[in-house]
Design a protein around this ligand. Structure first.
Ligand SMILES: Nc1ncnc2c1ncn2[C@@H]1O[C@H](COP(=O)(O)OP(=O)(O)OP(=O)(O)O)[C@@H](O)[C@H]1O
Ligand SMILES: [Mg+2]
Length: 464
């Protein structure tokens, strides 16, 4: 090979080498990029795995907490079951922007309030104290109220019969407590919501819920969800099942519900046909008893065994006296019928409490329908609702007396004390800054002024 040919070959080789080197540098840089991406992906994967592990841990923790809460609830229910036959009585005072003549004593250092004091109608210088399972002041929210009844509501999931009843004079907050408003629902909607939530979260059982609406107007029983208009319905009979002793309304419509919306729609349908009459005290006064019956049937997925529990939610008609609500004619007949059925309710509670051989359930349609919740293996809770105004003191004392007749654990007579002592003690508390509210503070000291806590025996309204 000649010299210039060698030169050309060498040149070609040099060029090829340079191209190969450039390609190699590019490959290396691509390799480095890929390597970086791989490192990033590995780190992301590690992070993802750690995140998944944390989520898994949190999930397991949540499951444990849920199990624990369910166990706790069960324990609580067991305690309640042991108290069967012991009626819970809660007192709720509605707010009034003008005044509150009621006082709320509380044990020193004890947050939960269970006492209320009311001035005597004709001796205003004196107040009388009453003790309930719980007293809700005007500031109490719908949620506060529901917390105390929720364990009882849950008892229906175990096949129990539970009744929650609101009693009080017109305008004192019975419907507010039981039904409430769309924005601020009461016990009814909260109860069904809680039941549905628990049913959906429970494994191994299938639940079916239904709602019925019953109206008792002048001792006439109507099915508010029936296709037949109320005015065309004959008064329905109250029937007792011969074996289970369950009490119900004959041919009662049971509307299946799967959501709170279903319940709201059923309540709205019922409300449309409900009789509402005006009185001089409250322009939307409900003159009939409204009873919401929630039936819960559970089926065990393994054994196929079924159980039925019943929650009866009762919004009673107002308990005010006839002269004050300015009633006459039809309204007087209504008022008399209301008073009669409320008196029957009081007699039933009293008979059960005194362990009488005969309990007069059948004296009224209302008590007959409630028989399987008030007696036997049932659980019942009564809300006595109160107006805090001076004008209503007489009715308030009557309502408090009714509540005391229902309360099964009587420890002694209701205590009377001088109002001025109560108020002075309250002022002292307010001055020392330890008060959260006038009434509550006054009453905290009043508990001392009264010389110990009054358990409260049944007091006839006439005594007040
Ligand atoms: N705790 C409360 N908080 C706020 N508002 C209340 C409360 N209780 C009652 N009210 C209001 O007072 C008014 C009368 O209450 P409600 O209709 O519940 O009385 P009621 O006892 O059902 O009367 P009736 O016997 O006439 O049916 C309503 O406007 C209601 O919203
Ligand atoms: Mg009402």
């Amino acid at each position: 090979m000649r010299g210039h040919e060698l030169e050309t070959a060498l040149q070609t080789l040099r060029t090829e080498h340079a191209v190969a080197k450039a390609a190699s540098v590019e490959k290396e840089s691509q390799f480095n990029l890929l390597n970086d991406a791989l490192v990033d992906a590995t780190m992301a994967l590690t992070k993802q795995e750690a995140f998944s592990a944390t989520i898994q841990e949190q999930l397991e923790e949540a499951v444990e907490v849920a199990k624990f809460e369910r166990r706790e609830k069960k324990l609580y229910l067991n305690v309640i079951q042991e108290l069967r036959g012991d009626f819970r009585v809660f007192c709720r005072v509605r707010p009034d922007p003008k005044e509150c003549v009621l006082l709320f004593p509380s044990e020193e250092g004890k947050r939960e309030q269970s006492q209320i004091a009311c001035p005597l109608a004709h001796r205003e210088a004196l107040v009388r104290r009453f003790q309930f399972d719980r007293v809700f002041t005007p500031e109490a929210t719908q949620e506060d109220v529901f917390v105390d009844v929720e364990p009882m509501v849950m008892h229906t999931l175990d096949g129990g019969n539970v009744a929650i009843i609101a009693y009080g004079q017109t305008g004192s907050g019975k419907t507010h407590t039981m039904l409430g408003t769309d924005e601020n629902p009461g016990v009814n909607r909260r109860a069904v919501k809680a039941l549905l939530e628990t049913c959906n979260a429970t494994e191994g059982k299938t639940y079916a819920l239904s709602v019925s609406l019953v109206e008792i107007y002048i001792d006439r029983v109507s099915d508010l969800l029936s296709d037949v208009p109320v005015e065309k319905q004959k008064s329905r009979a109250i029937v007792t099942h011969p074996v289970t002793k369950a009490t119900t309304v004959s041919n009662l419509t049971e509307r299946p519900v799967a959501s709170v919306e279903d319940v709201v729609s059923a309540l709205a349908d019922g409300e449309r046909v409900r009789k509402v009459a005006d009185t001089s005290m409250n322009s939307s006064s409900s003159r009939s008893h409204l009873i919401v019956v929630v039936k819960v049937t559970s089926t065990d997925d393994m054994s196929g065994r079924t159980r039925t529990g019943k929650l009866t939610l009762v919004d009673l008609a107002g308990s005010e006296r006839c002269y004050k609500s300015g009633v006459n004619g039809t309204h007087l007949t209504e008022a008399n019928a209301i008073n009669k059925s409320l008196a029957s309710l009081g007699q039933v509670f009293q008979s059960i409490r005194s362990k009488a051989k005969h309990v007069p359930y059948r004296n009224s349609k209302l008590t007959h329908l409630l028989q399987d919740s008030l007696g036997g293996r049932g659980l019942a809770c009564l809300f006595v609702t109160l107006s805090p105004s001076k004008d209503n003191v007489q009715e308030t004392l009557g309502t408090l007396a009714f509540g005391m007749t229902v309360r099964s654990t009587s420890k002694g007579p209701a205590a009377e004390m001088k109002r001025e002592d109560v108020e002075e003690a309250g002022n002292q508390q307010r001055r020392s800054g330890s008060s959260t509210g006038g009434g509550a503070a006054a009453a905290a000291a009043a508990a001392e002024a009264g010389g110990g806590c009054s358990g409260g025996a049944a007091i006839a309204a006439a005594d007040l």
